[in-house]
Design a protein around this ligand. Structure first.
Ligand code: R2B
Length: 289
């Protein structure tokens, strides 16, 4: 067995004849084409993943046509040499379906030494917009460092620490002439964008502005620097199958100051490019060493 080869803790997979990647729609006869994958980058929208793929393609392959890509009504994926960029939608339920299938693909394709990086947007907790946060780990409602999913109707709790080496390498990928700051801290991961993140502008709200203030202050006291909706799933699931993972998100609003972004559409587009720049630089450096 090759060292570093992706292994999955599911004994039933080896009995399965027609293992089918139902949502990624990658047919069995193409699985071996993914054998060279070393980096899987995931992000909410197809557009952001396509942008990353285009930028990587420019740098790694001189802008030739993308090797392989696919977009359906659910997800989109783009392969650029050893990098697979896949969209995941909003929240951990959508993310987890895609990750199960990506992990099976990596296993079937006999990939080795793969790293998984989520690239996204987030709210900041006392952190100004445009700042890039590389998570040290995720905490979830209940304020514990666990991703809580389920198995046979019972809670399944998976630890949510980011890989320390990968996180440090990502932080160190900042260049002196980048316009943005890069920081590290805990990420609060929720299953809801409104009440779950202490917003008061959802369709219903059961608490006062003072409760909201106390909640955000509590997060800050716990070392939380940002809030989003997928980090716990990425880190919990990657940990379960032994793949190194990290989460890199750009702050689009400081939640201690506002509910909604105050930046202009042009600034927002620029912010979204910051984590792409950082991750792209990290990957290119790794591949050239
Ligand atoms: C950040 O932005 C999305 C919600 O607007 C969600 O995917 C997240 O984590």
């Amino acid at each position: 067995m090759c060292a570093g080869r992706v292994q999955l803790p599911n004994p039933h997979l080896d009995d399965e004849d027609g293992d089918y990647l139902m949502h990624l729609e990658i047919p069995r006869e193409k699985w071996h084409l993914f054998n060279d994958i070393k980096f899987v980058c995931v992000g909410g929208t197809v557009g952001r993943m396509e942008e990353l793929a285009k930028q990587l393609n420019e740098s790694l392959r001189g802008g030739t046509d993308l090797e392989d890509s696919f977009v359906n009504q659910r997800y989109g994926w783009f392969k650029v040499g050893p990098v697979l960029c896949v969209s995941h939608g909003i929240g951990t339920p959508s993310l987890s379906v895609m990750l199960h299938e990506v992990f099976k693909l990596l296993y079937r394709a006999e990939c080795t030494d793969v790293r998984l990086i989520r690239i996204g947007t987030c709210g900041g907790v006392g952190v100004r917009h445009g700042t890039v946060v590389v998570s040290t780990g995720a905490i979830t409602p209940g304020f514990e460092p666990v991703y809580v999913t389920s198995s046979l109707g019972e809670p399944l709790r998976l630890p949510t620490d980011a890989d320390t080496d990968l996180r440090e390498e990502l932080v160190n990928s900042k260049s002196a002439d980048d316009y943005f700051d890069v920081i590290s801290g805990k990420t609060f991961c929720t299953e809801d964008f409104y009440q779950g993140q202490g917003r008061i502008d959802g369709s219903f709200c059961d608490y006062s502005k003072e409760d909201q203030r106390r909640f955000l202050q509590k997060l800050q006291e716990l070392g939380v620097v940002n809030i989003e909706m997928e980090s716990a799933g990425v880190l919990g699931m990657a940990g379960k199958v032994g793949i190194r993972a990290a989460v890199v998100c750009v702050v689009i609003v400081n939640r201690l100051e506002a509910e909604l972004p105050t930046a202009t559409p042009d600034e927002m587009r620029e912010f979204e490019d910051y984590p792409i720049k950082l991750v792209k630089r990290y990957i290119i450096n790794k591949l050239s060493n």
